[in-house]
Write a protein that binds this ligand. Structure first.
Ligand code: NAP
Ligand code: MG
Length: 477
């Protein structure tokens, strides 16, 4: 069995302990590799290496143009490993092969995008009085700790890493225990091949409760970035509060599409296919709820039922597959339990509701109608190929239902009336609102949550501010 190591101080190294974590292919349940399991000692070593690299000022003092060139070299190397890295990512995560390869391309794009900001981190001069020259400068924090989830293992790292690196921080990354392989091999290899100076980027694999907790608690970690569930996010915020360090938190969602009576129903169906069935619904901003006007409910449900029938279930590396497995047996059981609880609460299955009878963690494309706002399947993040359809009579009611969860990551509205689209968008509590589509964002557009979905914004130009602190300098002339 191939064993994957940590990447610390520019070298692949074993952990201090002999413990290994097996990694399973969700499409066939086979063990495809093992990773070294970090304990406190390994986290200390990685943070020390990042701190030493930071304090050497090799990145901080690097000419911004040179830093940009280094980042573009990383992008180039990431593109070179996208085929092989994508194949390994597909095996450990289960998502489509094309989507797996694209994660490396997406990661490269993050480095290209943020390389454009290295020479645009500008301060101000502030008029105080004629005897004082006062100016501000943005400076990095030092060591930045990044903890990422399993649903976009490579893209989520690149999203925060490229930004934090452009700002001049050094980094320790802890991938999810379920998907560490492509990160600690091909992603690390790209960093290595780009000749990133030793210690600026470190990757340590292990359990969240052990390695992740040790990283967030480490006294030399000056800033934390976390992407994952609300529950863990709150634990991270407590750990950050304990040491009074800033944390970027990007958490879960229960995002609703509001379908107005005049909506183009084919657009609704297309958006549903990408919104809840791509990546088996395991996307933070997935369209997991639909709120449909009663007058078109039957027509929408009929077309959604046809969509579900047309969806081909299978492994990510098989031609023509739409719906890939969920990440683990635990996740599959979780989705199954929600499906059962929904029926018990009185929802109706338009399609699916069961695991697929084959090896691997496959769940049927599932659509439930007659869901009521207080049902668990209307409130909790399921993180599976599971759409809850609710209905409404007047617009205010639809807005109320859409906003009536603890989450506020994304939302959507389907209508041909641009006035109604903007009016509805302004009332929906979500960090991003999609109109007549789903997932319209790009690297350049800010992304983050309202309410318990987190309060940070990643992507776009303003995200770099999360990785910088502001200094004011006053000179008595
Ligand atoms: P998770 O269980 O919260 O884990 C996320 C990461 O935190 C993993 O690396 C995990 O390690 C680590 N971790 C767990 N406990 C920890 C602790 N006490 N201290 C430090 N780190 C700890 O989330 P997940 O199940 O992997 O991912 C799914 C969730 O992520 C969903 O809720 C989804 O909506 C959210 N998500 C949000 C965004 C966004 O941008 N808003 C993007 C993608 C995903 P282990 O793997 O070892 O448990
Ligand atoms: Mg977990």
């Amino acid at each position: 069995m191939k064993k994957y190591q940590h990447y610390i101080n520019g070298e692949w190294t074993d952990a201090s302990s002999k413990d290994l974590i097996p990694v399973v292919n969700p499409a066939n349940e086979e063990i495809i590799g093992e990773v070294t399991c970090a304990k406190d000692e390994d986290i200390n070593q990685a943070v020390e290496s990042a701190k030493k690299a930071y304090e050497s000022r090799i990145l901080v003092d690097m000419n911004p143009m040179e830093r940009a060139k280094l980042m573009r070299r990383i992008a180039e190397e990431l593109r070179k490993v996208s085929k092989e890295g994508g194949a390994l990512l597909c095996a450990e995560n289960g998502k489509l092969l094309a989507a797996s390869e694209y994660e490396f391309i997406d990661a490269a794009n993050y480095f290209d995008y943020y390389s454009g900001l290295t020479d645009k981190i500008e301060g101000q001069t502030i008029p105080v009085n004629s005897q004082v020259m006062d100016y501000t400068v943005y400076e990095p924090y030092g060591v930045s700790g990044h903890i990422v989830p399993w649903n976009f293992p490579i893209a989520m790292i690149a999203r925060s890493l490229a930004c934090s690196f452009a700002a001049g921080n050094s980094t320790v990354i802890k991938p999810a225990e379920l998907t560490p392989l492509a990160t600690t091999s091909y992603f690390a290899q790209a960093i290595h091949n780009a000749e990133v100076p030793k210690g600026l980027i470190n990757i340590v694999t292990g359990y969240g409760s052990e390695a992740g907790a040790a990283l967030t608690a480490h006294p030399d970690v000056a800033q934390i970035t976390f992407t994952g569930s609300v529950k863990t996010g709150k634990a991270i915020l407590h750990a950050a509060a304990e040491r009074a360090v800033p944390a970027v938190v990007e958490l879960g969602g229960k995002s609703a599409a509001v379908v107005l009576p005049d909506a183009d129903i084919d657009k609704v169906v297309n958006a549903t296919k990408v919104g809840i069935f791509s990546q088996a619904g395991q996307i933070c901003s997935a369209m997991s709820r639909m709120i449909v006007h009663k007058s078109i409910k039957d027509e929408v449900l009929e077309k959604l039922s046809k969509l579900a029938t047309s969806i081909k279930v299978g492994p990510g590396d098989e031609e023509g597959v739409d719906l890939t497995p969920v990440i683990s047996e635990e996740q599959l059981q979780k989705v199954e339990n929600y499906a059962r609880s929904g029926l018990q609460a009185g929802a109706k299955a338009v399609s699916g509701g069961n695991r697929v009878d084959r090896k691997g963690f496959f769940f049927e494309p599932t659509i439930y109608s007659d869901v009521k706002p207080d049902m668990t399947i209307a409130q909790e993040e399921i993180f599976g190929p599971f759409l809850s359809v609710l209905d409404y009579e007047d617009h205010e009611e639809a807005i109320h239902i859409a906003n009536d969860t603890d989450y506020g990551l994304a939302a959507g509205v389907f209508t041909k009336d641009v006035d109604m689209a903007t009016k509805t968008a302004s009332r929906l509590n979500g960090g991003q609102v999609y109109v007549n589509s789903w997932f319209t964002g790009s690297i350049a557009t800010p992304f983050g949550g309202y309410k318990q979905s987190g309060y940070s914004r990643e992507k776009g130009q303003q995200a770099i501010k999360s990785y910088l602190q502001l200094k004011n300098v006053g000179i008595q002339l």
